[in-house]
Write a protein that binds this ligand. Structure first.
Ligand SMILES: CC(C)(COP(=O)(O)OP(=O)(O)OC[C@H]1O[C@@H](n2cnc3c(N)ncnc32)[C@H](O)[C@@H]1OP(=O)(O)O)[C@@H](O)C(=O)NCCC(=O)NCCS
Length: 213
């Protein structure tokens, strides 16, 4: 079968999300160098990976090919998204949404309560994705991006453990499953409690009807 987003565009993409390791960096940097004007270096990724439980970096891969990745920094009750990117040839296939869902699951597992991130004012596509996850703009960081002097919008989701947020995530899980089939390692102990609640919302509630109108 030929490789490429276009040939496979009608299929549900089988995706595995696993912790980022140093041997993934070649694939990660291939994407990083395409999507950012000031890409992170291998050294920066390596230093982030060395920070253990204060960070969580994951890659999304299909077979052996890395299609996207994400990074989160944990500071007390806050989970700060440091990076999220998808191979340009594979964007709008649900990979970014799947990575963000994985960030939420990881944040639950680590006991985080809030999510935050910065995003370029001009990056309206990413903002759209973040809004669907309940991120709200709370302020601006002037000239945050040194290479262009562009401002960053600071976005937050407060209290990712409340019932309403669980319902939002359950809906997003259903939406994600129309584009991506996740092949993910089983959840950790910390995830199980919230995941079982989520399962109840998805399978015993009426989300299917809500989502499909
Ligand atoms: C932002 C990014 C990670 C999104 O990844 P993606 O895999 O394309 O996103 P998804 O396919 O999961 O999108 C999910 C939803 O988010 C919204 N969305 C994502 N990209 C969008 C875009 N360019 N324009 C408008 N909406 C967009 C849509 O609602 C989309 O759902 P739909 O396709 O059913 O309409 C990707 O565009 C990227 O890597 N950009 C370059 C790096 C970057 O800007 N990272 C963010 C730094 S803050």
């Amino acid at each position: 079968m030929s490789w490429g987003a276009q040939e496979e565009s009608r299929e549900v993409l089988e995706l595995e999300i696993v912790p980022m390791r140093r041997w993934h960096l070649r694939g990660v940097l291939r994407i990083e160098n395409q999507v950012y004007p000031r890409p992170w270096s291998a050294g920066l990724f390596l230093s982030e990976l060395s920070l253990g439980p204060e960070r969580a970096y994951h890659v999304a891969r299909s077979g052996r090919r890395i299609l996207g990745y994400s990074g989160t920094m944990f500071v007390e009750e806050d989970a700060h998204v440091t990076n999220i990117a998808v191979d340009p040839a594979w964007q709008r296939r649900g990979i970014g949404r799947s990575l963000l869902l994985n960030i939420v699951r990881t944040a639950w597992a680590r006991g985080a309560v809030n999510l935050t991130l910065e995003v370029r004012i001009s990056n309206t596509g990413a903002q759209e994705l973040y809004r669907s996850f309940g991120f709200q703009p709370v302020g601006l960081r002037k000239n945050y991006y040194a290479e262009t002097g562009e401002d960053a919008i600071v976005m937050w989701v407060y209290n990712i453990k409340d019932e309403e947020y669980l319902q939002r995530i359950a809906r997003l899980e259903v939406e994600a499953s129309t584009k991506v089939r996740l092949v993910t390692p089983p959840p950790t102990e910390g995830e199980k409690d919230l995941s079982s609640k989520l399962y109840r919302f998805m399978h015993l509630g009426n989300f299917g009807r809500d989502v499909n109108g």
